[in-house]
Design a binder for this molecule. Sequence first.
Ligand code: NAD
Length: 276
Amino acid sequence: MSADLAGKTAFVTGAARGIGRACAVEFAAAGADLMLVDITRNLAGVPYPLGSQSQLDYTAELCREHGATVLTQAVDVRELAEITAAVQVAHERFGRLDVLLNNAGIAAPSGKVAHDITESEWRLMIDVDLSGAWRTIATAGRIMVTQRSGSIINVASTAGLVGYRHFAGYVAAKHGLVGLTKAVALDYAPSGVRVNALCPGSVRDSSEYEGRMLAEIARSLGVGVDEHESVFVQAQPTNKLVEPGEVAAAARWLASDDARGVTGAVVTVDGGFTAR
Ligand code: NAD
């Protein structure tokens, strides 16, 4: 059996770009139909140029090239009502929900020691990167348990496994996400619903610089646009960044029945970074 998703439906958060886009396209190429969601305004409520509807539409277009049926919806993972509405639309349209990829995430604020993080910055980080995943589980998870099948993949990070200087909020949220993964895996194991964490290392950003995660982290650490990739490459045992497609291949495997014996696992796609 290959990592085949034919006949399956997947719900992907943060699908407008980056890893979320790569996973969505990978799922579509493996035969899945999709509900793709992303935020369409920035965290101050201003229309968001990058995670915008047009970016989300472009991901959908790439997925449709593989013959997938694709729905898109504006969802802020901080809003339970928005998630619930999108999950309902997907469930009504497809009649089932097989894969949930909790990918939406932010890495700011970075470059601050823990005591300099403001309370609102701290709350925001936990709200998006940790509570956002719980909210989708609270809605889609219930459907999967009733259905008695499903694969939930939480995109954590190597920051969910080890510490990074000046990243207390991100590290805490991602460690929390790994913990959430293990706890829900145990809750759902009797129902046949699998829950796993995917921990990418430093992943190459998609082409545009502005707003991309690695570039943003580098910028907040005072590293310039031109040198930002080489700074991360130096820390990699493989001497190369992880490609979004490499993360997507692992997500496809976790989503598929090939991984039927895998739950509560933490799968790293980090080029050996955490093996040191
Ligand atoms: P990215 O910034 O390119 O994409 C993140 C997406 O999430 C964007 O489309 C953004 O609009 C969306 N998003 C942000 N806040 C949201 C919200 N409140 N509601 C809905 N959508 C929201 O980043 P990426 O590199 O593709 O990262 C994707 C995931 O992978 C994140 O969870 C990140 O923490 C994780 N990760 C990334 C790296 C890396 O090196 N890029 C490494 C490890 C883990």
